[in-house]
Design a protein around this ligand. Sequence first.
Ligand SMILES: O=C(O)CCC(=O)C(=O)O
Length: 479
Amino acid sequence: MGLNIGGQVGKVNGKELSYSDFVQRYLLKNEPVVLTGLMDDWRACKDWVLPDGRLNLPFFSTHFGSSTVQVAYCDTKEFTDQKREEMSVSEFIGYWLEFSSGEFNDASPHEFDGKSLLYLKDWHFVKEYPEYLAYTTPLFFRDDWLNLYLDKYRMHEDPETDKEKNEICCSDYRFVYMGEKGTWTPLHADVFRSYSWSANVCGKKKWYFLSPTQRHLVFDRNMKCSVYDIFEDVSKTKFPAFDKAIWMECTQEENEIIFVPSGWYHQVHNLEDTISINHNWFNAYNISWVWDLLLRDYNEAKEYIADIKDICDDFEELCQRNLAANTGMNFQDFFVFIVRFSFANLVLLYCLVRDYENFVGLSSQRARHIYFNLESARDAALKMNSTGLAQNGSIPIDFNRNLGDSAFLELCMALGRTYQLLHEPCNISEITKALVDDLVEFEFVDPSASHISTPEDLVSLIDYAFTKLSSLSSGKFSH
Ligand SMILES: O=C(O)CCC(=O)C(=O)O
């Protein structure tokens, strides 16, 4: 039986959409959309595509040939994904050119002349070639806490893993994908329950989407394992509700960008030789879902090794280590992340207070955005707190110490620039150590509670700043 397709993903001209429309219509509703008109000036669209519209493969061998990349064998399955191997871009292009003279095999769609189709995935192109400005991230996707953070910090420090390897694979979530006609990506929801966007520089993709409200329909009875390929003969015994799922589909053309909402399952097929740019990201709108997923993954990790609990010296520590290895972060990583982001947003809010004598700035879109960020971080901290799991053994994060750290100041600056871009342009004072000292003196942050060890501490820190702000706007405070 074929898929039950309930609708097509809509297409909207991105040039005619404001940032706040995008937020209202897609981010807040968590709905997919295809955006057109946003790739006009991209260098990638010129350099990577030949005048006749084909992919410029020799360009990649010549300029980026020595990069080591991950390549998926599309006709293989390893756990929940395709089997991958590392090779150089030159090798990959070499295989591509060799196979492309073969015959496409309709009976076995992921093979070419009996050989598996190769799909280059998750190439950290921007991290590897920061000087080569292949594209600019469209405005709609700029409020990206994940990549802004990873530009300055690592998500998880593990002294036991190979540092160099970690350097590449955990460095960011900005990728290039490259594959010939017939390559594909199995059904999945994205890492961390992040949003993603994917821009077709060349070629065409077919997307199949399932809303998170129907997630249970593609899982087995125990909700442990999901369907791998929605076009294979899905076992009714194993996945009894699969045929009840109602899908959305979409054909994404060249120069179109698809927004993949948080937690939506999707399977993707390259209908032509295709190269795409793709980011994963999260922000205030989905940060608490990131926590929900982390908690779910933690419970799974714990259940998986439950039988060794009694013989384990530090069972909790092992669960957290496994969580970081499987999900990409553990509770402490998430906590440090939201604390640093909260600190950064407090700095930005303070800058607005300081820059606007009579605080009119606090009703601006930018101030509301920063306020909303802090509220979302507070909500995530409250959720963490309610589990009672995130209390133990965490190292206090000192607000004042962070303020002295250049990585932190850079994060504040990058975040400040982002909100300047998204909202009304106006000058914001430079975020310097002096300003930050000023902030401390100003007692915007409770000096007696600036060591954050628990989610509860973070909630108190944010509440204190909110109280201070409300006293500012009611005129009780003068600077
Ligand atoms: O383009 C692909 O093959 C997969 C992309 C994807 O899954 C994503 O952007 O989330």
